[in-house]
Structure formats: structure tokens, C-alpha cells
Design a protein around this ligand. Structure first.
Ligand SMILES: [Zn+2]
Length: 190
């Protein structure tokens, strides 16, 4: 039997979580054993979203990432990051990227972890696609749709990741126009 590289004895740290962030979701089962998955906490999944955000920033993009996890198996079923710059994509945010990666699954059985508070479009998509739980990793740099999501019946948990909060704040200072374009389009820059 071929063993997974990450098993129950593997330490959960930024190195292992960063490898998971960079690995294609469909190949994760070759890297990660079932019992390694069960060791991962909400904060660990949020850190993976933040490391996806860092990956995007390193590519010249906006540092926002998201991860979708099956509530029963604790396995990652989708993940992604903003590709405004990388794909010249006006609305592929962290959340839409992760949802597209997950594909045609029942999102009510999953939790979505986003490194930044969702925009209006993503918040709408979350309730329209039946999500029941969202974990938000940064309400310092953006916020406002948490109450809308709660009104729509979702459980919203705030779990700020300080690395992610600092990372987004620095990006906004460095590239204010890119930040504004991501939220409101080129029209907002005039
Ligand atoms: Zn969005």
C-alpha cells in the first residue's frame, strides 16, 4: 500500500499547511491521510486560506483566499484565491474560486473559510448555493455582510488570522488602486 506523506504523526504547521495550499485539490488524497485531516482545526483551515492569499499576492494578485471543507470528513473539497490580475478576471474572488474548484456538490454539508469578509456578490452566492456555515478570517480590513448572511440563516463565525489581517492591510497600502478595482471595478478609479 502506498502511504500518504502527511499522516497522524505529521506536525500541523505553516510548512505543511502551505504545501496543502499549493497542491491541486483533486490530488490532495495522495498527500494527506484521513487521520491527518481529522487533526485540522478551524484556525488551520483559515491559515490555509491565508496561505492561498499569500500565493496570490506573490503572483502579483490580490491576497484573498478561501477553502471549502466537508463537515463530516474534515477533508478539503475546494480551494482557491482571487485571480483579478492573474486571469484578468473582474469577479473571480477567493470564494468564487473555491466554489468553482469544488464543483457540483452539496454546499450545505460544507464550511467555507474566507481570509477576508465577503463582498456583496460572494455573500449572495454563499446563501444562493446553500451554504450553512461561513468562517471569516478578517473583519478589520473589510466587513458588513456578516449580518446579511446571518439573516439568510447562515452560521457566521469570526476567526481573525493575524497574519492574514496584516497581509491584506499591507497590500492595501501598497496597491490601493488594485484593492479598489477588486471591490468596485475600474470605474471606481476615476
Ligand atoms: Zn467577492
Amino acid at each position: 500500500m502506498i502511504q500518504s506523506l502527511f499522516d497522524q504523526d505529521t506536525e500541523v504547521n505553516d510548512t505543511t499547511l502551505n504545501i496543502i495550499a499549493h497542491m491541486p485539490t483533486t490530488s490532495l488524497h495522495t498527500l494527506v491521510s484521513d487521520d491527518f485531516c481529522t487533526k485540522l482545526s478551524d484556525a488551520d483551515f483559515m491559515r490555509i486560506a491565508v496561505l492561498l492569499a499569500k500565493k496570490s499576492y506573490d503572483e502579483g494578485g490580490c491576497p484573498i483566499g478561501a477553502v471549502i471543507v466537508n463537515n463530516e470528513s474534515n477533508k478539503i473539497v475546494g480551494k482557491g484565491h482571487n485571480t483579478l490580475v492573474q486571469e484578468s478576471h473582474p469577479y473571480n474572488h477567493g470564494e468564487t474560486s473555491a466554489i468553482r474548484d469544488a464543483g457540483r456538490i452539496d454546499f450545505s454539508k460544507t464550511t467555507l473559510y474566507t481570509s477576508l469578509s465577503p463582498c456583496d456578490v460572494c455573500a449572495t452566492l454563499l446563501y444562493m448555493r446553500g451554504f450553512k456555515r461561513v468562517v471569516v478570517g478578517d473583519v478589520t480590513n473589510a466587513n458588513g455582510n456578516e449580518s446579511l448572511l446571518e439573516e439568510k440563516g447562515l452560521q457566521v463565525d469570526i476567526l481573525e488570522d493575524q497574519l492574514g489581517v496584516r497581509q491584506y492591510g499591507e497590500f492595501r497600502l501598497q496597491k490601493p488602486e488594485q484593492d479598489l478595482e477588486d471591490w468596485q471595478g475600474i470605474a471606481a478609479l476615476k
